[in-house]
Design a protein. Structure first.
Length: 387
């Protein structure tokens, strides 16, 4: 008898893309929606990145490539890591693949069904989505809101890591809260992984978007040779979401298995896309830095606007491109708040979709024009004043 697999029954996908589809349908019907739901920038990719893609196409870089990634891009990642983090990995430690897929590949290569992964709550929805369908248990480590910022307590993290744990996932700067851990807490997280002898997946996709302190990575402690696997990419800091380009840096034995997994399901990434990554990491870094400064300004704008709304309190995100305001003062649950705002022409995401600790919050992406932020918040104010 035919049936769907148990793994497929556990597939949940990403809530932001499901809302995206709903919002796009409303827009096709003629609705005017200000969209804060999807974690994408309205700023186009810089012209030198687009031009590099075109040149690669014109040069005929359209055939199969090394499943682990072009050596030229992997060497560029090594050089960039030296500049940004102070250590230089070997090209054999680097895997080129879509950043979102790195979560799935790492989990499947280092954790068995029935074992545990400790991951942040609230946290990026792909973590839970991958664990759901692979039959792996998620042990949530809660991000606590204290003194106007979100924080994970490394001591609490250490108590959650048991003999069944195989992997810790850490995400700084964080999606959805904007938490950016300081160097001391990053080291404490690494020491937990070291003491318990487990892998540490450090999701650093927003590392170019840290506003109030330098970015810190646990990769500096073992140079990604023993347990740390860095996830990074181009979608967020380089406005390249449609390229689906990312990279992992990790122990060679893990990276080799990840390469075989990508080879099995996807063969390789398009080489012309990879040449765009080389341009992003090497050319016109002033433009990249300028985008980060712009995001910091937009961060300040949206936090001020949200804190002026009745019943809303918004901590200051220290990185990434998201505000995560507490909306419990409105008397609405997160889903109720989001439905009400959508009815008012504003799309935001309920915090509970990022984990149980996210209930009472909503997520807004502020990588938007300033006038859009102000208009969206004005619509929300009007809606809340009618409660």
């Amino acid at each position: 008898m035919k049936h769907l697999s148990q793994a497929s029954q556990g597939l949940t996908g990403q809530s932001m893309f499901q809302l995206l589809a709903r919002v796009q349908e409303l827009q096709r019907q003629g609705r005017d929606i200000i969209r804060f739901e999807i974690g994408d920038s309205t700023v186009p990719a810089h012209p030198h990145i687009v031009d590099a893609t075109k040149r690669a196409l014109d040069a005929g870089h359209v055939r199969y490539a090394n499943s682990q990634g072009l050596l030229e891009l992997r060497e560029t990642v090594c050089a960039f890591t030296q500049r940004s983090l102070g250590f230089r990995p070997d090209p054999e430690q680097v895997m080129i693949m879509p950043a979102n897929a790195i979560v799935d590949a790492v989990v499947r290569c280092v954790v068995n069904p029935g074992e545990d992964v400790v991951a942040p709550d609230p946290g990026f929805v792909t973590y839970q989505a991958v664990l759901n369908y692979t039959g792996i248990r998620k042990i949530p480590v809660v991000q606590h809101e204290r003194d106007g910022r979100f924080r994970i307590d490394p001591d609490e993290l250490g108590r959650l890591v048991t003999g069944s744990t195989r992997l810790i996932i850490n995400n700084s700067p964080n999606n959805p809260t904007g938490m950016a851990m300081d160097a001391q807490d990053i080291e404490r997280v690494y020491r937990v992984a070291e003491k318990k002898d487990v892998y540490l997946l450090s999701d650093e996709i927003y590392s170019r978007l840290v506003f109030d302190r330098p970015h810190s990575s646990p990769g500096i402690f073992d140079r990604c040779r023993e347990r740390t696997i860095i996830l990074n990419g181009f979608s967020k800091g380089y406005c390249m979401s449609g390229w689906r380009l990312g990279y992992a840096i990790g122990p060679v034995d893990v990276i080799k298995k990840m390469a075989l997994l990508l080879e099995t399901i996807y063969s390789c990434l398009p080489p012309f896309i990879q040449y765009a990554g080389i341009a992003a990491l090497t050319e016109h870094q002033d433009l990249i830095d300028g985008y980060a400064e712009s995001c910091k300004h937009l961060r300040d704008v949206i936090v001020a606007e949200l804190n002026a709304l009745p019943g809303v309190r918004c901590p200051l995100p220290e990185g990434a491109i998201y505000a995560f305001p507490n909306i419990t003062g409105t008397g609405l649950t997160s889903p109720e708040f989001c439905e009400r705002m959508l009815g008012s022409g504003v799309a935001v995401l309920p915090g509970g979709g990022f984990g149980a600790a996210g209930e009472g919050y909503v997520r807004l992406c502020f990588a938007r024009p300033e006038e859009m932020i102000k208009e969206g918040c004005a619509r929300m104010r009007t809606s809340l004043e009618r409660l």
